[in-house]
Design a protein around this ligand. Sequence first.
Ligand code: F3S
Length: 400
Amino acid sequence: MANMQLTSEENEMLAGAQGRATQKAMQILVALGNIYGAERMIPASSVQIAGVSYDNLGEAGLQFLSEMADGGGSARVLTTLNPSGMDIENWPALGIQPDFAEKQMRVLEAFSRMGVTTTCTCTPYLIGNLPQFGEHLAWSESSAVCYANSIIGARTNREGGPSALAASLTGRTPEYGLHLTENRFPAVTFQVNANLVENNDFGALGKVIGEKIEASKAIPYILGVQSATLENLKSFCASLATYGGAALFHMPGITPEATLFTPPGERITISQADLESAKASLNDAAEGQVDFVSLGCPHLTIHEISRIAQLLEGRQVKKEFWITTARPTKHIADRLGYTRIIEEAGAKFAADTCCVVAPIQGRFTALATDSAKACYYAYAKNKLKTRFLPFDEVVRLALQ
Ligand code: F3S
């Protein structure tokens, strides 16, 4: 069946000797490997599965997961989940309907039966699924894939939900694409001559570069960025992956593999005006139209939550305001008193979920956020207008 060279254990999995789910998983990986010309499987040391919201999965997805769990599927490596369609504890306060909640819980229960860690976050690297340089992974959240490849120097392709699950149940992934050194070379240099401070500056940069490489999928080598915080980088990765389909970039002084390469000859300059025009394109809502505010795309760090608490303390928000983060990060916020301050101000924690994967269609007119990725999906999925602002200004808008 396979053109790939499989080990005896992998052949055993393929033949069904290790159960139905493992067999199905190996069939998926072999099919993928053959399509992309992989010669063999390699061990995957960590998995991140996207496509967890029932809003995206639907009944067919839930059925597939239930069948894999019934078939004895069991995670062989650390496996974490992307955001689900709701906060698992606080869903009624977010306006989620009980029938959706019941189906979402069945999705999570199927993953749980397979031994998957149901942490439901797109920033697994903040909550214990933190790979090391050079490790081979099978991740399927595009922003986290870009972060793992670029910022950490681990190696993963942009998996789909089923292929990531298949990697989890077998501990293998086909060796092609970004697992191979020859496919990690940069192809185009970007010289950035612009002021980058806020998350939305980096989001705008991701949009500008992303749109320039979207067709060619050339790996960018980015010059001129002097410094960037973790929060800036997660924002940039999300945007570059959304607008360019990128899974890897190199940035001297910031990403670990940049020193291995010289800047490619093809050179594109990015100016301050390019960034301003990208921001303007994501600001089609008037301030008065905003009825939904959300921070945490990708999920917030505890540092960002502390800043929100500082800005909200003793005040009252006037709009629906979602704080989206990982459940373990929310637990830290609980212990540090940030949750109480934020909830007393009338904002809502939306742990385990986000404003893109939750079923909010038809509920709002315009979203304010600091995330270029959230702006893209707010329109593409829910037809919302957007205000794209620096982090602190998003909080201030929620108070008006
Ligand atoms: Fe994460 Fe949802 Fe944004 S999954 S990257 S918060 S769209």
